[in-house]
Structures are given as C-alpha cells and as structure tokens.
Design a protein. Sequence first.
Length: 172
Amino acid sequence: MENKIANNAETTPPKISRRNFLGKLGIYSFLAYLGGSALATIRFMFPNVLYEPSTTFRAGSPDEYSIGSVSTRWMKEHRVWIVHSNKGIYALFGKCTHLGCTPNWFEAEKRFKCPCHGSNFDVQGNVIAGPAPKPLFRAQISLSDDGQILVDKGRLENNPDKREGKNFLLSV
C-alpha cells in the first residue's frame, strides 16, 4: 500500500503556489514591458517618411489663358484656378477660408461659391458674402525657363497688399 502512495506522488505534477505564480507573472510582465520598450526605441530610429506629391506644377503657356477668363482645368488635379485678368495671371487656391471646403466657379455670376456654408468670393478671391473671414489664398506663380507658368501651392498668400506683388501676380 505504501508503494501505491509513493508511485501516485511521483506521477502527479507538483501544484504551483499562488506566490510562485504571481512571482513568475510579475517577471514575465516586466520582461514583456522591456521588450516592448526596446522595440519602440528601435522603431524610433527609423523616421516616418511621408511621400506627398510635389506642391509645384506647370500650368502651360500664358497664351493658353484668355484675358478675363477663369480656368478650371487644374481644379481636380491640383485644386487651383488660373485667372487671367487685365493686371496679369494669378492662381487661386481652391480652399474656402471658412472651413476648408472647395468652392465652385460660377461663370454666369463671376463668383466662387462655397457649397457648404454659402461664402461668396469675387474673381480676385475677395469675400463678397458669407461666413468666410478672409479672402481666398493665391498660390505663388512665375514663369519657368521654358516659358510655362509655374505654380507653387506651397507658398500661399491672402493678404490683399502682398498678393498683388510679383510672387503672386504674373504680368504678361
């Protein structure tokens, strides 16, 4: 009979105590924390690179735009209108200064109208009506070496005094 009890004790696995379980849980949790911290530190060494399209694009020759016209040719691709006025050519960035909606050009009314909140802008981009607090932004515009219009959406201006300058108005 003693032999059966001895064999039975050898075959049953030893019970783990609560103290041993919590001790091992603490050690493994700490090791998991250290591993996560090490991985985060290694990941920090490799920067996130955001590949965005260029803010500069060629908008064709100035001869392609007739005086008094607003071209919507670049609106879908670059969110820019090219306007040829008596003073010269300028590029209006198609983003409402109220909440960033995209206004629409209405040729019959000679206005840009924001469909969301009713802001209205004239051909120069000045606010006519609505909640927009500032005029539309003009993008920097220049002539490239090959005679094409070069628009840079990375440089914007909506101050009426500065936007009539050489960087935001192309005299042709």
